[in-house]
Design a binder for this molecule. Structure first.
Ligand code: MC0
Length: 142
């Protein structure tokens, strides 16, 4: 069901500072920056590698407000890994299959994610404390 690790989401206080750190330390490059109002974040994707069905990225996340999911996470735990995201070929089918195993779906329907993806979150309390995201990438241009 899982094609690859699509991205690791990392919560940070200051997006520009964290981008500069990752670029200078690891030699990775920002390939996308977006504000996602629905998710309450401004975020950047830094390319690491290519894999089956899409790439693998580091996603840096700065909250838009203290009450957003990333804002609450930062207040409680500080900067660090916020979620792990797996690439899937069909996010709706993956949600159905995983939901049928009793794992709570945070999202009842796929939502808009970075770079045109369709995403859905699984509740961290049902995945061993790890907020888990499913990601379906848009078709690649041929
Ligand atoms: C919360 N908890 C986490 C967690 N966030 N555990 C592990 N990793 C996380 N990231 C734990 C809390 O510590 C708490 O446990 C319990 O879950 C309830 O959390 P809460 O903060 O009190 O509040 P809730 O219940 O309102 O929200 C938790 C929930 C929420 C996971 C449902 O954060 C959510 O909807 N997340 C999905 C959306 C999201 O994270 N969006 C931002 C990234 P204790 O034991 O202390 O009670 S958007 C994104 O990444 C997009 C742009 C993309 O990838 O393209």
């Amino acid at each position: 069901m899982l094609l690859r690790i699509d991205h690791v989401g990392i919560a940070c206080e200051n997006l520009d500072e964290k981008i500069a750190f990752y670029e200078s330390t690891f030699g990775v490059t920002v390939v996308s920056r977006e504000v996602n109002e629905e998710q309450g974040v401004k975020e950047a994707m830094l390319h690491v590698a290519d894999g089956e069905g899409g790439g693998s990225y580091i996603q840096l996340l700065e909250p838009l407000s203290a009450g957003s999911p990333v804002g609450k996470f930062l207040a409680k735990r500080g900067e660090g890994i916020h979620h792990v995201a797996y690439g899937v070929s069909d996010v709706t089918k993956a949600m159905e299959a995983i939901g049928a195993k009793g794992v709570r779906l945070v999202d009842l329907h796929p939502r808009h994610g970075a770079m045109g993806t369709s995403i859905a979150f699984l509740h961290p309390k049902d995945v061993g404390g790890v907020l888990t995201e499913l990601v379906e990438s848009p078709p690649r241009p041929s």
